[in-house]
Ligand binder design. Structure first.
Ligand SMILES: Cc1cc2nc3c(=O)[nH]c(=O)nc-3n(C[C@H](O)[C@H](O)[C@H](O)COP(=O)(O)OP(=O)(O)OC[C@H]3O[C@@H](n4cnc5c(N)ncnc54)[C@H](O)[C@@H]3O)c2cc1C
Length: 556
């Protein structure tokens, strides 16, 4: 098997042909909220016009890597380097579309198995070549940035060829999987055995199992199914110092959980070469439904009650008033129906209301119906109105579409970015308001007033996560500085308001400056000690998690 072709178009999300042009309604809404967008489209440069540093893999290192993998699996061509030069955050897309990359991997490696990964790591540690483990490349926090650090060269280690379901134990309900399997490939293989993992991040189509585990990912149904760390039973990590394998046991009191140190290690300690995951019977019944809550505060109370009373759906999302208005405005459909719904909600005191989406899945119709009834009872107790299944189904249908819309917004001169956090219930509303105000202040101060919207994306007994989306006119010529100002303001507001710097996007490079504020200097030293043991040369993903690489837009 030769090195696989890139899965995604090099400058954006997914493959060509999925974009829908911005509707007239969306343009009008944006003009009203953030000011008019430029009339002319901003298309990406041609691949040949992308500026790249000359490849600099030392000859001795290349020789060892070719001997280990075969020449066809050590690629130094333009397409391979560009498609591994950035993740898929807003700043990545800005730089890719402009063809202005400060860095690119000097080579892209495609190992064919765990032993080859181990050989590559040993060779790179000995030759002083930095290694960036690469799954789907969907990081939005600079996690796959090809930063050389102190080394003369950096390689991307693409795990696409490690893409098999290795074993299924239907008795214990566990599956052992290679790290390069994407969401659809994994779900298809499990479906053939009547099983599911149930992990559906919005990046599902392209992100990989290894990437999920390395970033402590959360999926859209994680309220019900659990986050990826709840689904990992065991894993194997190849490191420059050798391999660590945790034991596949359901629970253990054998000291601190090593697995927890490796899950979320973001390629800085080694490469996840195998994961054993908890799976469950594939649901045959799914129901997605919308509700309206009379206010955001009532909605938060209702969502807390859902989870604390054991009635939470698998998917639980509560939009704030701004996101609710934007969702209804963009929903399309017959204008008459939209106006009728708005009138109905106003007449019942929900004019400033909030949209909630709830989803339940299971193997039996009656059980799903019972769970739905329990959730609806709690929601009604907090003043909710049931809006039925059409809006819920529309959400399900469009739940992987937002990244395509993002490409289209960039082409129209808009900045669009997301960030996420979590805190306990008592501080959630204050955190929401602080982050929204920080983003608004930072962008308004640059003359680009934003629309800032948010939803509760996952609920826990002790608290919930908040997922923010903000859209503003691009500050042309200073797009990265504009992004950096917004990111900095939001991150500082998050830590000051008692939130975590990231609920599921991970730390990468972009959140690393705030990690000391979250875990303290002693906590950082502990992580550094683990890294010194597993990666003494420091070649594994430099500039991420610890000691961040320079951030785009930060200035000299
Ligand atoms: C449009 C969009 C929507 C998103 N939605 C969600 C969401 O709903 N939930 C969510 O959690 N995240 C989301 N993300 C973020 C991203 O998809 C996740 O972080 C995902 O887990 C990354 O998987 P990946 O395979 O693309 O990893 P990559 O981006 O390739 O890598 C991410 C990090 O993990 C490391 N890594 C990758 N594979 C391995 C491995 N085998 N061993 C060791 N380290 C490895 C990399 O070095 C890097 O530090 C979204 C991103 C985008 C662009």
């Amino acid at each position: 098997m030769t090195a696989p072709d890139p899965r995604m178009r090099w400058w954006g999300w997914g493959e060509d042909g999925h974009d829908a042009p911005l509707s007239a309604g969306a343009r009008a809404l944006l003009a009203e909220r953030i000011g008019p967008l430029p009339a002319d489209r901003r298309e990406p440069v041609a691949l040949d016009d992308v500026r790249l540093p000359a490849p600099a893999l030392p000859a001795a290192a290349r020789e060892r890597l070719v001997a280990a993998l075969g020449a066809e699996h050590v690629r130094e061509d333009r397409l391979a380097r560009v498609t591994h030069a950035a993740g898929r955050g807003y700043h990545d897309l800005v730089r890719l579309r402009a063809g202005a990359l400060e860095a690119a991997p000097d080579a892209v490696l495609y190992p064919g198995g765990a032993e080859q990964v181990a050989t590559v790591l040993r060779a790179c540690a000995e030759e002083g070549v930095a290694v960036v483990p690469f799954g789907g490349g969907t990081s939005v926090v600079g996690g796959v940035e090809p930063w050389r650090g102190a080394f003369p060269a950096v390689v991307a280690l693409d795990l696409a060829r490690l893409d098999r379901l290795l074993a299924v134990d239907p008795v214990s309900l566990v599956a052992t999987v290679q790290p390069g399997m994407t969401g659809p490939a994994l779900e298809e293989a499990l479906a053939a055995r009547g099983l599911t993992l149930g992990h559906f991040p919005q990046s599902f189509e392209y992100a990989t199992v290894g990437g999920w585990v390395a970033t402590r990912s959360a999926g859209q149904a994680s309220t019900g199914y659990g986050r990826i760390e709840d689904l990992v039973l065991a894993l194997r990590l190849a490191t420059p110092s050798g391999e660590i394998a945790t034991r596949a046991v359901p629970a253990s009191a054998a000291g601190p959980r090593l697995r927890e140190l490796l899950v979320g290690s973001e390629g800085t300690l080694g490469v996840i070469v195998e994961a054993t995951l908890r799976v469950r019977p594939r649901p045959s019944v799914r129901r997605y439904e919308a509700f309206s809550l009379p206010s955001y505060a009532a909605g938060l109370d209702a969502f807390r009650a859902l989870v604390q009373e054991g009635a939470a759906p698998d998917v639980a999302r509560l939009s704030d008033p701004v996101e609710t208005q934007v969702s209804f405005a963009l929903a399309g459909g017959p204008a008459l129906a939209t106006r009728a719904l708005a009138g109905y909600l106003r007449a019942r005191g929900h004019g400033e209301g909030c949209l909630a989406i709830a989803g339940w899945a299971g193997t039996e119709e009656a059980a799903v119906r019972r769970r739905r009834a329990a959730s609806a009872r709690v929601l009604r107790g907090h003043g909710a109105l049931a809006l039925g299944t059409p809006i819920g189904r529309a959400w399900e249908h469009g739940r992987f579409h937002a990244p395509y819309l993002r490409d289209e917004l960039l082409a129209n001169g808009a900045m669009v970015e997301t960030l996420e956090t979590a805190t306990t219930w008592d501080r959630l509303l204050a955190l929401h308001d602080a982050v929204a105000a920080a983003l608004d202040g930072a962008l308004r101060g640059r003359g680009t007033p934003p629309v800032v919207m948010s939803h509760v994306s996952h609920v826990y007994r002790a608290g919930a996560s908040l997922y923010f989306t903000f859209v503003a006119r691009q500050q042309q010529g200073a797009e990265l500085e504009q992004w950096h100002a917004a990111k900095t303001a939001a991150s500082e507001a998050i830590l000051a308001a008692g939130g975590t710097i990231t609920h599921h996007h991970a730390v990468g490079r972009d959140h690393a400056p705030w990690l000391p504020g979250e875990i303290g200097e002693l906590g950082l030293s502990l992580l550094r000690a683990a890294k010194a043991t597993l990666d003494p040369a420091g070649v594994m993903n430099p500039g991420k998690l610890l000691d961040p690489a320079p951030s785009p837009g930060a200035g000299p």
